[in-house]
Design a protein around this ligand. Structure first.
Ligand code: ADE
Length: 233
């Protein structure tokens, strides 16, 4: 799966996604990170990519031209193929979720558009964006961190990226339940014992205990998720 990221800070995105599980997925060719520097596409002789907003107001806005040309450079719609989706990182977008990550992982290619400064000229957003997405109700200085968050969540849904094929599917948020608590050695630490059932080797009992824990944790910590779990059952 190929991720193209249109940004003014390509090194931030490239460096941030090279480590650990995603780094290995890149090495294995399961995912590709292609950061495109929007500044490379400016037609301004001083390499400028931003300007003052019409009507006044604080800060600078990214201009339409360099964003549009950077997008055109990566979005070559193949004959008869549907155009590549363009995800615009914005607090005004639909809130990102596990369900969205799972759905987006079905695509072969995605384009992420990251704004910086006070935003991007609305006209180019209208022209190229297919999916505005927010990662939560807070405002960040740019779209790079949201794009990295989304790429991480989407990549782990791509077959082969996680070592244990199962774990992307079984853990938190599958069926709208939180994950059960987990323990490793030693069996007693600071006078705290690992729940005895986990030491029995009895797989059926362990599975039942974990399911019960998931339900309890979700009910206590995330009643909203628990309600949608009951709805969907
Ligand atoms: N850009 C700035 N804040 C953002 C957020 N919360 N989600 C996505 N993109 C953003």
């Amino acid at each position: 799966m190929q991720f193209h990221i249109l940004t003014l800070f390509p090194e931030m995105v490239e460096n941030g996604l090279q480590t650990s599980i995603l780094g290995r997925a890149i090495q294995k060719g399961l995912i590709g990170i292609h950061a495109v520097n929007i500044r490379d596409y400016t037609q301004d002789k001083h390499n400028k990519v931003d300007d003052y907003p019409y009507g006044g107001g604080a800060g600078m806005l990214m201009q339409a031209q360099p964003v549009y040309d950077a997008w055109k450079a990566v979005a070559k719609p193949a004959e008869g193929k549907k155009p590549v989706r363009v995800l615009f990182m914005s607090p005004q977008g639909k809130t990102f979720s596990q369900e969205m990550a799972r759905e987006l992982a079905q695509e072969k290619e995605l384009i992420f558009l990251c704004g910086h400064y006070e935003g991007i000229d609305e006209r180019v957003i209208e022209e190229i964006v297919t999916d505005p997405v927010s990662i939560g109700d807070y405002v960040l200085t740019g779209g790079e961190l949201p794009a990295m968050v989304m790429i991480d969540a989407i990549s782990r849904m791509v077959p082969g990226v996680l070592k244990n094929e199962d774990s992307g599917v079984t853990e938190s948020f599958q069926e709208n339940l939180l994950e059960y608590p987990q323990y490793t050695r030693p069996a007693v630490w600071h006078d705290r014992e690992v729940p005895p059932v986990l030491l029995t080797g009895h797989h059926k009992n362990i599975a039942e205990w974990r399911q019960a824990q998931s339900l309890e944790e979700t009910k206590a910590k995330r009643p909203d998720l628990y309600a949608s779990y009951l709805d969907k059952k």
